[in-house]
Design a protein around this ligand. Structure first.
Ligand SMILES: [Zn+2]
Length: 97
């Protein structure tokens, strides 16, 4: 699965990202660099596993405690994410400003 991921550049910030297809059928832009995570229901990060599952978790201080390897949703870290969100919102309905 990981072998089929193609690295591309974020249109917003130019970072390397990969698109991972979620089990729900959505394509999620993620940071190209994989991370070790600990799954946690109230974790700070949205992590997409290589299988396309979207989970919450944290990056453990001790890598030995990691429960898996995944990718962080790029929207969480992208400095241009706000402009994506605005663009998406105005697609659906007009926003009054
Ligand atoms: Zn970006």
């Amino acid at each position: 699965m990981i072998g089929t991921l193609r690295v591309t550049k974020c249109r917003g910030c130019g970072a390397d990202i990969v698109f991972i297809k979620s089990v729900a059928g959505k394509t999620i832009p993620c940071n190209a660099e994989s991370i070790s995570y600990v799954q946690k229901a109230d974790g700070d990060l949205k992590i997409v596993t290589p299988n396309g599952e979207v989970i919450s978790g944290n990056i453990p201080e001790d890598p030995q405690k990691a429960t898996g390897i995944g990718y962080i949703s790029h929207f969480a870290t992208c400095p241009a994410a706000d402009s994506f969100r605005k663009a998406r919102k105005s697609d659906r309905k007009k926003v009054r400003e």
